[in-house]
Design a protein around this ligand. Structure first.
Ligand code: AFP
Length: 366
């Protein structure tokens, strides 16, 4: 077996990556089937559901790769529930995911960032056990300029005590109830990363065979990172604790772990910023500010799924004062402030927000 071989059981040697020739390859489908028992009471519906999501992701990937050649750049002429202009690709991605989930039959209810109401799927009187919430195309304002974008999904079980029709109330569960969550990043390559609460695994799409292959087994995020991702243009509207935290990261201190100053990286595409920070270490922040008093990102479509993933990879996700996954939702489209990434960075940001750190001491530590 070569150094970088990925086996069909998903076991790999340290530092392994996608096997490109000779060695055994693990497809996403094989991996899901082998891990089916991770989901208590699993009957195969979950495996089919992830397969449906990956199929929709491949279709969206195909469309994203063609953007510029066919007329799918630009605005659709519609405004979504968030009051934002929908891009044509937003609408297309939403439609592809809904179609795939409807066809699959494992899902009773869908919530999409691009659709005001929850979408009930009445298939065979709803034999499906799952509720899927998703952001079909995150960062879509970057589409026209060829910057990485993504899809984020979150999977819940329909509560066992529900009576009759599954409604939006059944979807309003705290993020800690998720049975799985994942994202697809359409970047220099297309990757699907997901968790079922037993670690995080990443799969890269091999376009030549049309399969997602296990390339990043058991992803762990570094405890310390050097990168911070925040829209600094909003500086004047931030809370003082946050201003001090950002300034602290800019103070030179070669003795700190890691040495400061840190580095800003902000794409403006949450999935892409998150993915980079997950692999390399860092923090992504979208705080409350005067324009967005509850933050900008959506709890159910963006914050919860990536919070589940980051915790499974050893990191943290906070609203600034509490764990994202413990927030009890009251609306499908509600927003939340978010501080997400390497554990030490998220904890330090919370300490600044609570006023326990002011950055005013020697080398900015106090
Ligand atoms: P779009 O999907 O409208 O491009 O929004 C992207 C996003 O929700 C998230 O992906 C970005 O990190 C964040 O908004 C960028 O917001 P700012 O432009 O306010 O920095």
């Amino acid at each position: 077996m070569s150094e970088d071989t990925v086996t069909t059981t998903g076991a790999t040697r340290p530092g392994s990556s996608l096997a490109t020739g000779g060695g055994a390859l693990t497809t996403l489908e094989q991996f899901i089937i082998e891990r089916q028992s991770d989901i208590p009471g699993s009957t195969g519906q979950f495996s089919r559901l992830v397969r449906d999501i990956s199929l929709a992701a491949k279709i969206v990937d195909r469309d994203v790769r063609k953007a510029g050649l066919v007329d799918i750049f630009g605005d659709s002429g519609k405004i979504n529930v968030q009051g934002e202009i929908q891009k044509k690709l937003d609408v297309l991605a939403h439609d592809e995911f809904v179609r795939a989930l409807r066809r699959g039959g494992e899902v009773c209810l869908i919530g999409s960032e691009e659709h005001e109401e929850a979408i009930p799927l009445k298939i065979d009187d709803c034999q499906g056990k799952y509720i899927v919430l998703f952001d079909p195309l995150d960062g879509s304002s970057n589409v026209d300029v060829n910057v990485s974008i993504g899809t984020i999904f979150s999977i819940y079980k329909v509560p066992e005590d529900h009576n009759g029709e599954v409604t939006v109330e059944h979807a309003l569960q705290p993020g800690r109830n998720q049975v799985a969550a994942g994202y697809v990043v359409y970047g220099s390559s297309t990757m699907l990363v997901y968790t079922t609460g037993k670690g995080v695994n990443g799969f890269t799409l091999d376009p030549s065979i049309g399969e997602f292959l296990l390339s990043h087994p058991n992803i762990r995020t570094p405890e310390y990172g050097k990168m911070y991702s925040i829209n600094e243009g909003n500086y004047n509207s931030w809370d003082d604790g946050l201003k001090r935290y950002i300034k602290w990261m800019q103070v030179e201190d070669t003795n700190s772990t890691p040495p400061r100053p840190y580095t800003t990286r902000y794409i403006g595409s949450f999935v892409a910023d998150f993915h980079r920070n997950l692999l390399k270490g860092g923090i992504y922040i979208y705080p409350a500010n005067t324009r967005n008093p509850n933050g900008k990102l959506r709890l159910m479509y963006e914050a919860n799924p990536l919070a589940f993933i980051v915790e499974q990879a050893g990191g943290c996700a906070s609203t600034g004062d509490s764990r994202i996954l413990d927030v009890v939702p009251h609306a499908l489209h509600q927003r939340t402030p978010i501080y997400i990434g390497s554990a030490s960075m998220v904890k330090m940001s919370e300490a600044f927000l609570r006023g326990e750190q002011s950055g005013s001491g020697e080398n900015g530590v106090a």
